[in-house]
Design a protein around this ligand. Structure first.
Ligand SMILES: Cc1cc2nc3c(=O)[nH]c(=O)nc-3n(C[C@H](O)[C@H](O)[C@H](O)COP(=O)(O)OP(=O)(O)OC[C@H]3O[C@@H](n4cnc5c(N)ncnc54)[C@H](O)[C@@H]3O)c2cc1C
Ligand code: FES
Length: 315
């Protein structure tokens, strides 16, 4: 048995995959709403991933990952059952407050369906009535429907094309849920920023407390670098230590979306470099990739990241 060993893997689609990782201490400590920082290999980038599930008896945590760029694609190729992650730090972030609400709507959009699961289960275990609203583009992308049906009192499944459940977005699902349940205490929404913004706008006229889990770019995950700062009301917060859950009616989503796109050129360059080295590996054998890795090229150099401290001063 090795540290951080991958004990199971499931592929939900061409780009979305699940890894169940052995880490008994993490499984014992994890609470809904928390995340980990993962390093695939010694020279790998540190990326934040939400703990989508934990099993204290088995001593494992579950991550659900979308391959969007260099590291998540590299993990998609490299992480097989029996292999190990190089590093796994956490659990990080403030656990979601649970136990105060009697009726909760848990909304997950696309990949956000995975991180909303521990929150839905947590609210249910605390005695709340839980309605899940899950949104996907189409039937072939749907995952964990059965898991949610088992953990929640009601499930509203939405697809953009109507190929499963009702046709529409999660905001349509929220509307249906609110028509059927006038006494909802809280809505929790996780998904792309544009979706969480729409959910917050859907609940604002009803005055229902709405919690979202934000995903700014994180570097250290300890509140030191300021990379993950977001605007909440008239305050600046660091998502890694103050969140990632915040009041959705207060979050400045436009600022969050602008900041998320800030390193797009560097991210594209890193991905192209990595894809190029994969091609070299296929064409001239593994020694080409080994050479890149063994030179120990630091990740910051690979990504040509601007100094994060640049940004902190301005607030
Ligand atoms: C608290 C938190 C929880 C997250 N949970 C999940 C999860 O459960 N599953 C999942 O698939 N993704 C999750 N993410 C997003 C994930 O961290 C990024 O998709 C990943 O870092 C992208 O790295 P890359 O090299 O593959 O792509 P890149 O090409 O480097 O980036 C692609 C996009 O990912 C985002 N991103 C890049 N680097 C970071 C970073 N260091 N921190 C945050 N976002 C970044 C940016 O929006 C960027 O445009 C989470 C992010 C945060 C902040
Ligand atoms: S990642 Fe939050 S302060 Fe650095």
């Amino acid at each position: 048995m090795t540290a951080f060993e991958i004990v199971s893997r499931e592929d939900f689609s061409d780009v979305t995959y699940l890894l169940e990782v052995r880490h008994p201490l993490m499984a014992r400590a994890a609470r809904p709403g928390q995340f980990v920082i993962v390093m695939l290999h010694e020279h790998g980038e540190r990326i934040p991933l939400t703990i989508a599930d934990f099993d204290r008896a088995k001593g494992t945590i579950t991550l659900v990952i979308q391959a969007v760029g260099k590291t998540t694609r590299e993990m998609q190729q490299a992480c097989r059952v029996g292999t190990s992650l190089h590093g796994l730090a956490g659990p990080m972030g403030v656990p979601t407050p649970i136990g105060h609400a009697k009726k909760v709507i848990c909304v997950g959009g696309g990949l956000g369906v995975a991180p909303i699961f521990p929150q839905a289960r947590g609210h249910k275990e605390a005695g709340a009535k839980v309605i899940a609203v899950l949104g996907f583009r189409s039937r072939d992308l749907v995952f964990w429907e059965d898991k949610f049906r088992a953990a929640c009192d009601d499930l509203i499944l939405c697809t953009n094309d109507g190929s499963a459940g009702m046709r529409g977005f999660v905001t349509d699902g929220i509307r249906v849920a609110l028509e059927g349940h006038r006494d909802v205490d809280e809505v929790v929404a996780i998904g792309p920023p544009v979706m969480m913004k729409a959910c917050a706008e859907a609940t604002r006229p009803h005055g229902i407390k709405t919690t979202v889990s934000v995903n700014p770019i994180m570097v250290d995950g300890t509140g030191m670098c300021g990379g993950c700062r977001i605007k909440v009301g008239n305050q600046v917060k660091f998502a890694c230590v103050d969140g990632p859950d915040f009041d959705g009616h207060q979050v400045d989503f436009d600022d969050l979306m602008t900041r998320l796109g800030r390193y797009r050129d560097q991210e594209r360059a890193a991905q192209e470099r990595w894809a190029g080295s994969c091609r070299m590996t296929r064409e001239v054998g593994p020694s080409a990739l080994d050479a890149v890795v063994s030179r120990g090229t630091p990740q910051a150099e690979l990504l040509e990241l601007p100094d994060p401290y640049d940004e902190v001063q301005g607030g």
